[in-house]
Design a protein around this ligand. Structure first.
Ligand SMILES: [Zn+2]
Length: 99
């Protein structure tokens, strides 16, 4: 799934979160917020692979932007660990740098 599709999903869930909050449905609000954050995280991860920048759909919302950055950083760390000879020495344990 591309970063923009995930960012759109994050933004839609964010809108649902805001409506549920206004309506006083806290359980639904929490669920929508979690979905929004997760979609933004995936968007960041996909952006890392695509080499694309943060979509405007999440850039203006600090919480979603933070999730996007976490996804981008997570994918970057995974890519780095894939190339690390110590992390891939067969022990199953990451090296001290990537632990
Ligand atoms: Zn390592």
């Amino acid at each position: 799934m591309c970063s923009l599709t995930c960012a759109l999903d994050a933004r839609v869930n964010w809108a649902h979160y805001r409506v549920a909050t206004i309506a006083g449905d806290i359980d639904a609000a929490i669920e929508y917020l979690q979905e929004a954050s997760q979609s933004s995280f995936i968007s960041g991860s996909e952006s890392y692979e695509e080499g694309s920048v943060m979509p405007n759909l999440v850039a203006d919302l600090p919480r979603l932007a933070a999730s996007w950055r976490a996804g981008w950083n997570n994918r970057g760390l995974s890519a780095e660990m894939d190339l690390c000879p110590v992390c891939n020495n067969g022990s199953g344990n990451p090296c001290p740098i990537h632990d």
